[in-house]
Design a protein around this ligand. Structure first.
Ligand SMILES: [Mn+2]
Length: 346
């Protein structure tokens, strides 16, 4: 079907594309790249199934968006999912589970050659994944496309943020998450979901600011790192709430948050930054958190400030097995809003 014949008010087509959109990636301004990967989950898993589940849930959305009306008409294309990534993830995930169980029983990996070898294989597999994400996203950027990345766990965007850094020279990361993800090699895994922002700071020098919002489950080392590194600005979820109880508005807080960001902004959206009723099956849900509308208002504040969203990811959506598709439903809706916002700001 051509784009002209397409009526978005019709019943959604289950054509394998996000939102049942009729566009090919080639004819779209924005392409969505799926990374079905979830090797290092420390608690709940399932993130490698998120792209399929989000596509499934996305078809039943209606497309009028008062925040970014009609922006989808510029084209939102779906890059076919590479299931070899998911197969590799499942294999390495079973190795990672053994390592985590071993650690939880008090084991010392430095004294256990088999566990050490497992960690070596996992780290190598993650490096290969990072290279693949870098290549795939670079290819679409070179063709003049905007790219949205759909995880997968939070380890997946490293290669993409590198590609954007090389392209733009300077960018800031707006990081919405319950966690800081500033751990150096969590559980022995260099490319853990809990280390993504540590790795970004180490490996992507073009990231000049990392602004973290909604964080509420983090450790002393991560606070110390943030205090020593003037690139990192943290907005603790409870402290934001407290200020609002005492009269500060979310509008004022969003202005403050956005003021720390440079002109080019990458959004890294961990679904657990939202309150847990929005993501009950995510890997590490935490009480508190942003409402859907608070998060959306913050993202729109970035665009309204005149800054440009140069890329985004949506990670840690974990569909439950069985009938409850709520996590994927919320994920699809947040993805839809981010698609509209990136198109609006470019
Ligand atoms: Mn995260």
């Amino acid at each position: 079907m051509s784009v002209k014949e397409y009526n978005p008010s019709d019943v959604g087509a289950a054509n394998g594309n996000y939102f049942g959109m009729p566009f090919t990636p080639e004819e779209s301004a924005l392409v969505l790249v799926s990374i079905p990967w979830g090797v290092t989950a420390s608690y709940g898993g399932g993130q490698e199934d998120a792209p399929d589940a989000i596509i499934g849930a996305s078809v039943q959305l209606d497309f009028y968006d008062p925040v970014s009306p009609d922006e989808w008409r510029k084209g939102i294309g779906t890059v076919p999912i590479d299931y070899s990534v998911q197969d590799r993830s499942k294999m390495l995930r079973s190795e990672a589970r053994r390592v985590i169980n071993f650690l939880e029983r008090g084991g010392d990996v430095d004294k256990n050659a088999r566990m050490g070898a497992r960690i070596g294989r996992i780290n190598k597999g993650c490096e290969e994944l990072n290279a693949k994400v870098y290549e795939q996203t670079s290819e679409w950027l070179n063709r003049g496309k905007l790219v949205g990345l759909v995880g997968g766990d939070h380890s997946v965007p490293l290669g993409y943020i590198k590609a954007l850094g090389e392209r733009h020279g300077s960018l800031g990361v707006l990081h919405i998450d319950a966690h800081c993800d500033l751990r150096n090699a969590y559980e022995g895994f260099t490319y853990s979901h809990a280390s993504i922002m540590y790795n970004v700071l180490q490996q992507v020098p073009q990231v000049e600011k990392l602004v973290q919002v909604g964080i509420r489950d983090y450790c002393d080392d991560e606070v110390a790192l943030a205090r020593e590194n003037n690139k990192v600005v943290q907005f603790d979820d409870y402290l934001l709430s407290t200020a609002r109880f005492e009269g500060t508005t979310w509008t004022e807080q969003c202005k403050d948050i956005v003021s720390h960001l440079p002109q080019n902004v990458y959004i890294s959206f961990d679904i657990d930054g939202l309150s847990a009723d929005n993501c009950p099956h995510t890997g590490t849900p935490v009480v508190g958190g942003l409402s859907f509308n608070q998060a959306l208002y913050l993202l729109d504040s970035v665009v309204r400030s005149g800054r440009k969203i140069v890329g985004f990811d949506l990670v840690e959506v974990a569909p439950s097995e069985g009938k409850d598709e709520w996590d994927a439903n919320v994920g699809a809706r947040m993805l839809w809003k981010m698609c509209g916002l990136i198109l609006k700001s470019n």
